[in-house]
Design a protein around this ligand. Structure first.
Ligand code: BG6
Length: 491
């Protein structure tokens, strides 16, 4: 059972009228209220540049909650009582003198203070400095920032330095919302609570690993942002490398934030550089053209609203990552992620090596490796593919592959799976950093991704085309086929 925290907290939310705040953060806070987890007296100051008064903003937030909370979880009375905790403050983020007003809102300086910057990262430093000059923060203030932390290693260092000038690392909560997903945290439980897997988790027993994070949506009106980032910065630098770390890291000595983060950093440091001569066989980048999505025709990336027709930004990346350490030597991690793929699906497949000596029908040898399938979304669960004897007199010792299946929504049907942001906000309130990304993680991830981007730039090659609604360029299939393998197809 989760216990309410008793400490009252004041949450200052910069960018409170933006998409993230309205779609994710307020619904998450509402869910914490619904679970009776917010301490009495905890309050939220919604801060933005738009002229409005508190009542108007509360009404707007009410409408958005209604839109974004599942109907069966929405209670209008509860939403209204939650919104009484929320006040609105118009603020020019660039104006140091304006920040004094934030202190006036706080009625007890002893309340915990959480500052959430749901703003473009270019504003983090300015907001941090202005909060400091208005004496709006102490050494206990917790500060939450969103990705992207920069667009390469150098720019991420600038942002981290600016934040570091004002806050200590133990005050900074860098969000990667994948770490807030229940099933992603489950990777830690799966690996370190089950000795069965621990003894099999290395190059002696695993042949390769697949990580797929596929989305059926396109750019969703975010062309301006996305075109500067591309799929490698938007998804691989953060979410996919975090998943890779959780699969590949050594067991931490405990569940503390730094024990886990130290192990993740070791993996990022051990990622093998992808040099220019490796690019053709290790990396595929793609861009979608017109096609179909969920049975409807959809435009190509270059025909989306606001598109620059000459853009060479990738909407798909498949790559082969290798980890230069004892545990993973010789075990490729095939990673792919893209927009406008056939469905929304995130899954990890651990392919185990076959038994050392095979005694069954030679034509079934291809079945002989066990697979652990970890489904992160949408149908959260796990399946361990094992081999059994096919039943029947006529089958002899023919083999059959079947799953040991755990589908969370069936086995634990009464449990509600919280949204990532509920968990993350809750952990910030408790001051627990283990689901947040430390500065060195961000920087080592950029270091690895930067060299791939540089290789792309140097080669001048355009991305390969794929039709919306397909699994990416054929070259991504060729990449894995060359190694005698294929993408897991049971999707
Ligand atoms: C975000 C990316 O971080 O993650 C988006 O910026 C992407 O482009 C989203 O769509 C995917 O998150 P989820 O939780 O829907 O898998």
């Amino acid at each position: 059972m989760v216990n309410k925290i008793n400490t009252r907290c004041d949450l200052m939310l910069f960018g409170a009228l933006g998409d993230l705040a309205q779609r994710k953060l307020f619904p998450a806070l509402y869910q914490l209220e619904r679970a009776n987890l917010l301490a009495d007296g905890s309050r939220v100051l919604a801060i933005a540049r738009t002229e409005a008064d508190t009542e108007t903003v509360r009404q707007q937030l009410f409408d958005k909650l209604k839109q974004h909370v599942k109907p069966e979880e929405f209670d209008a009375e509860l939403a209204k009582s939650f919104l009484k905790r929320v006040d609105y403050q118009i603020l020019d983020f660039n104006e140091p003198d304006a920040f004094g007003v934030l202190n006036e809102w706080r009625d007890d300086a002893n309340n915990e203070l959480i500052v959430y910057m749901a703003t473009p990262p270019s504003m983090y430093g300015v907001i941090a400095r202005n909060l400091r000059s208005a004496s709006c923060c102490t050494e206990k203030t917790r500060v939450v920032v969103e990705k992207p932390i920069g667009h390469d290693l150098e720019s991420s260092k600038v942002i981290n330095d600016e934040l570091g000038e004002v806050y200590n690392e133990n005050q900074l909560f860098r969000i990667d919302h994948y770490l807030g997903k229940e099933t992603v945290q489950n990777l830690i439980a799966l690996r370190f609570a089950n000795n069965l897997f621990a003894s099999q988790w290395d190059q002696n027993h695993i042949s390769h690993v697949e990580i797929t994070v596929a989305e059926s949506v396109g750019i969703e009106g975010r062309w301006g942002y996305f075109d500067k980032a591309g799929q490698i910065r938007d998804m691989i630098q953060n979410h996919l490398l975090q998943l890779l770390c959780l699969i590949a890291m050594d067991p931490p000595s405990d569940l503390s934030a730094d024990s886990i983060r130290d192990e993740k950093v070791k993996v990022l440091k051990a990622l093998k550089q992808i040099t220019p001569d490796m690019m053709d066989s290790y990396v595929v980048r793609g861009q979608y053209t017109a096609g179909t999505s969920n049975g409807k025709p959809v435009p190509g990336y270059l025909e989306e609203e606001g598109a620059n027709k000459g853009s060479a930004t990738e909407t798909f990346v498949a790559l082969k990552a290798e980890i230069d350490n004892w545990r993973w030597s010789g075990v490729p991690f095939y990673i792919r992620t893209g927009k406008r793929l056939p469905e929304k699906l995130s899954q990890i497949i651990i392919h185990f090596k076959p038994a050392p000596h095979y005694i069954f029908d030679p034509d079934q040898k291809h079945l002989a490796n066990n697979k652990l399938i970890i489904r992160l979304q949408p149908d959260e669960g796990m399946a361990l593919k094992i081999l059994t004897k096919d039943q029947g007199l006529d089958k002899g010792m023919r083999l059959r592959q079947g799953p040991l299946e755990l589908t969370f929504s069936e086995t634990f049907a009464t449990d509600r799976i919280p949204d990532a942001y509920e968990r993350l906000l809750w952990e910030v309130m408790k001051g627990n950093q283990y689901l947040f990304v430390r500065r060195d993680e961000v920087e080592f991830a950029w270091r690895w991704v930067d060299q791939v981007i540089q290789n792309w730039k140097d080669s001048g090659e355009p991305p390969k085309r794929y039709a919306a609604g397909t699994w990416g360029p054929v070259a991504s299939i060729a990449m894995i086929t060359r190694d005698g393998r294929s993408w897991y197809e049971d999707v």
